[in-house]
Design a binder for this molecule. Structure first.
Ligand SMILES: [Zn+2]
Length: 347
């Protein structure tokens, strides 16, 4: 299946952090044709193994399966759902969003409501409405009604956005952070020929709340080197200065030199950049960004694991809807495969 078809399925699936099962099942289906073995570990990371020669170099690829979202925290007596945020979401983008509440049995559509602007005081209208003043309206008449519908405290809530193709390569949808990385990892497995090294393609859990699954997965895989496949901010929109980020959509995947949690090991950086140069794969470099990826946690596992990032430039991440170019996912996969081919020269 094409990158577009895989990303559509991955984007439309629900995987609010801590509730990744739908994405995991999909990743198992998508990776099975290219893997020698697939296991799900105790924290429910999924690990697909492509075996190389015995005692060969072990490479871990990591793409987090979770997405930022919400979780039902309280149900008011009138049947409104108050929520907590799962991962970093800007309160400013929440009001009036269509959402889906995933109860144990069914998914309920709803909308994030707030006090109407007509009855807000002048100073209230100038302020951002904090998420604890917002609520989800699923049309329930009372708390008992909501409970009878099957809604419960702890239910995950995702944004209700359908994947849309805008142009030949540009697409819009939810959860591109990090279904774009998941799609790149599947594509890399597809493009990969027989390898001398052993590749562990890991779909990780709970990245958005502290890179949690990647830490335990890296401990069990115990790789020689690791690459996180993720997204990064595309700064090619009005109001972003070159200094803030020079990374642009459709100009190739970004290789990180440093971010808030990672200074890419010099050997890893050389490995990735030489691989891109030698195979003439379009890429960009980025440095000094806030935020981090699974690579930061993998690097600090066991005695230390040299790690780096290949990221798909994505507009509007951590908001309900994002935009990217499919070409950047394809080039992320190509760069990953080019690096895997050359690993013995570096590690
Ligand atoms: Zn991410």
């Amino acid at each position: 299946m094409s990158v577009n078809e895989n990303l559509e399925k991955l984007s439309n699936a629900c995987g609010v952090t801590g509730r990744e099962s739908e994405v995991r099942e999909l990743m198992i289906r998508l990776m099975t044709p290219y893997a020698d073995e697939i296991v799900v570990d105790k924290l429910e990371n999924v690990i697909a193994v492509k075996k190389g020669k015995e005692k060969s170099t072990k490479i871990m690829l990591a793409a987090h399966m979770d997405e930022v979202g919400l979780m039902v925290k309280t149900i008011t007596k009138d049947g409104f759902l108050q929520f907590t945020k799962m991962g970093g979401i800007d309160d400013r983008v929440l009001p009036a969003q269509k959402v889906t509440v995933f109860s144990r049995k069914i998914a309920f559509p709803g909308v994030i409501g707030s006090k109407p602007p007509h009855i807000q005081k002048e100073e209230e209208r100038k302020k951002v409405i904090a998420s604890d003043e917002l609520f989800i309206d699923v049309g329930a008449e009372s708390k008992d009604d909501a409970l009878a519908m099957g809604i419960a405290v702890g239910d995950p809530v995702g944004f209700d956005i359908k994947y849309t193709r805008l142009g030949r390569d540009v697409v819009m949808g939810k959860a591109f952070d990090n279904r774009a990385g998941c799609a790149a990892m599947v594509e890399a497995l597809k493009l990969m020929e027989k390898t001398d090294c052993t590749v562990y393609a890991v779909g990780t859990v709970q990245e958005e709340v502290g890179l949690r699954g990647a830490g335990t997965a890296a401990f069990s895989v115990d790789p020689d080197v690791a690459i996180a496949l993720d997204v990064t901010i595309a700064g090619d929109v009005p109001g972003v200065k070159e200094y803030d980020t020079s990374v642009k959509m459709a100009k190739g995947p970004a290789v990180t030199i440093s971010d808030a949690g990672l200074i890419t090991h010099p050997k890893v950086l050389r490995w990735l950049l030489d691989s891109a140069e030698e195979e003439k794969i379009l890429y960009q470099i980025e440095t000094g960004l806030m935020g981090s990826t699974d690579a930061a946690r993998i690097m600090l596992t066991r005695q230390g694991i040299p790690s780096g990032n290949i990221s798909v430039p994505t507009r509007y991440i951590h908001s309900p809807v994002a935009m990217l170019s499919l070409k950047d996912i394809e080039n992320s996969a190509k760069l990953t495969v080019a690096a895997i081919k050359r690993v013995s020269r570096f590690f």
